[in-house]
Design a protein around this ligand. Sequence first.
Ligand code: C2E
Ligand code: CA
Ligand code: CA
Length: 737
Amino acid sequence: MTCPSHSRKQAQPQRRPDPLRLLHLLQRETGPAAAGPARILVVDDDGRFRQSMVTMLEMAGYRCLAAAGGDEAVRLLAEQEPDLVLLDLLMPGMDGHQVLDRLRALDREVGIIIISVDTTWDSLRQTLRRGADNFIRKPYAPDEVLAAIESCLQKRELRRQNRRMLQQRQVSEQLHRFLVNHSPDCIFILDTEGIIRFANRKMHSLLGYPREGLLDRPFATLVADPAGIDCAAAGGGGGGARKRVTLDVELKKRCRAGEAGHELIPAELTLMAVTCRDASGGGRVACGMYGVARDITERKKAEALISFQAHHDQLTGLPNRVLLNDRLDLAIRQAQRDGGRLAVLFVDLDRFKMVNDTLGHAQGDLLLQAVARRIANCVRRGDTLSRIGGDEFVLLVPRLKLKKDASRCAAGILEILRAPFMLGVHEVFVRASIGIAVYPDHGDTPEELLRHADMAMYAIKEKGRDDVAFYHPGLDRRYARRLSMESELRNGLANNEFVLEYQPQVNMGDGSLRGLEALIRWDHPARGRLLPTEFIPWAEENGLIVPLGNWVLQQVFVDIRRWKRQGVSPPLVAVNISSLQLHQPSFLGFLVDLLEEHDIDGTSMELEITENIIMNDASGAIRRLSRLTDIGVRVAIDDFGTGYSSLSYLQRLPVTTLKIDQSFIRRIGPGSSEDSIVSAIVAMARSLGLGLIAEGVEQELQARYLGRIGCHLAQGYLFASPLGHDETGRYLSRKSA
Ligand code: C2E
Ligand code: CA
Ligand code: CA
């Protein structure tokens, strides 16, 4: 008998397969066959026949259902899903042929045996065409029926398995098609000529082709540099062995009208040789290639980003120390080959800590970014500007012609930093110290050049900042000292190693004493007496200037009390105050407390500040200084003329005195005329109603000149050097005598 499964309705593939449903189907279809005895539906309008058949089948171990007509049979078939039907053809109402039709529509895998008196050839043909498995004539022989049932059940089971396998294949095919088409990777198959025979949807969409648009194209035409592919194809195609090649390529996106060239997509390509059995029955031969290409644009971007971050400073985007070292290394090797020079410029911002402390770190960051931009704009192409620490920048200038080109470049950087930076409402002034080391003169390794440029930079800081210097071997000792400076300063404070000297300020007209300037010294246990220029710059750099400055103020009050006990007292004491100190929120209260505690009038105190105090936080400085002048404390601008003196600031500031810097006094010589800088400063002070004092007066000639142009107060070796406490006491009593 024929197996009718081919005529049954097959599961139609859905247009949009749902992978989970497919998986579920796959699992369900592979499930085990139903266990237990088979269930047989007996359909006959003859009640006696039905009953006897059911009894016989149950005795043979089957489970039975019975239906007296076609309608009932169809219902039971749908509801109970029996394994086999014994079907009568001639029935009133719906007959056996109609039941067969309905059963076919139900698409059930059920065995069908016709038991009928109608045994005409035509009837037989019709039932078999409608899917019946066997045909038994009434009256039946029980053995014949049981044998037919057994064989039909076996056939049915075979059919069921067959059908299950078929469905499974279809479903798994659908699933694979789904996976291939929804793969994030390009999947394709090439024939032995390298022609694309299959390409998934991703490959079409990635490369900008319409569906099927890639078929029949040589794969090599899609690759930017197909040389590697040919060799991969050769490797894959040769011999019978399975070969697999993975390489990075660039795939060409389809050119649209008007586009000059192909957009390239970086991809990781894997090609595998596909082999099949040789037609002549020999071994396996190559019959094409299976390929997977993964778009690695994002990975490349991430790699580039990681590499950028590893080599650049996050805040400014400039190269960092790692990249600088690489480039420096390269530049040194190049210079070695060409017999050329290169320069390393170590740029350190002066008192950057103060900006950070007074305006906050966010503003400090903005300032660093702005500084980086400004310097970057003024360096040559080919130079490397890097940021290697907080406020430390290094400029590498390769292919240097002359040593002086490096100092010219450094001077350019100082110049470009001179204009104020706007940080929100704050106008901030930045100065820098720049140290230079040149290859081969000052070193021949990156480390040595950087260290020597750093040393030269620190020498500038010690000398007074905002300048440029080359490295020289004399700096080595100073550098070593600098490293220990911070801990030594701390020890010095703890061990009371600091002392004050006082330098008199006189009225040149009548020789009377105007006041004393307190100047700090350090009696270093190993290095003897140190002048402030040797340690104040470090203290300002690392913040220790705050406790140090507070110590000075306290000591001044202690000294005044001791003199008072001796019966003398200075008319005024001037104390140098660092910007960092003034910006401490507690500074004002600290000073007021000291004045009260020692019962000293504010008018006998003068604070000497430098212009940068005002420049970097004008409104804050003005507020604080005003509170001081309110209680009579005088405020002098120290080193006047060397800073960024701006008349508009001076007018707004509660300043009482300008101290003309010694550099201008030093320049006063026999030929000095009334139109010198000094006389301009004198005129300016007069017009602003400010007091004036000249410092560093060493010669009679300078004193006479100053008197002539109207500056009568002076301080300098000509009158007195800084004196120790006791000496100052004696000086005071001489003056008051
Ligand atoms: P400054 O405030 O300009 O102090 C004047 C400097 O000039 C002093 O140097 C003084 O000894 C020196 N000097 C005085 N008369 C003459 C002269 O006729 N010719 C020459 N060539 N120099 C003269 P010193 O004591 O070495 O102080 C250097 C700087 O250290 C001071 O410059 C001041 O800025 C700073 N300093 C000193 N003491 C303190 C302090 O207690 N706190 C702070 N923050 N800074 C201080
Ligand atoms: Ca001073
Ligand atoms: Ca000064």
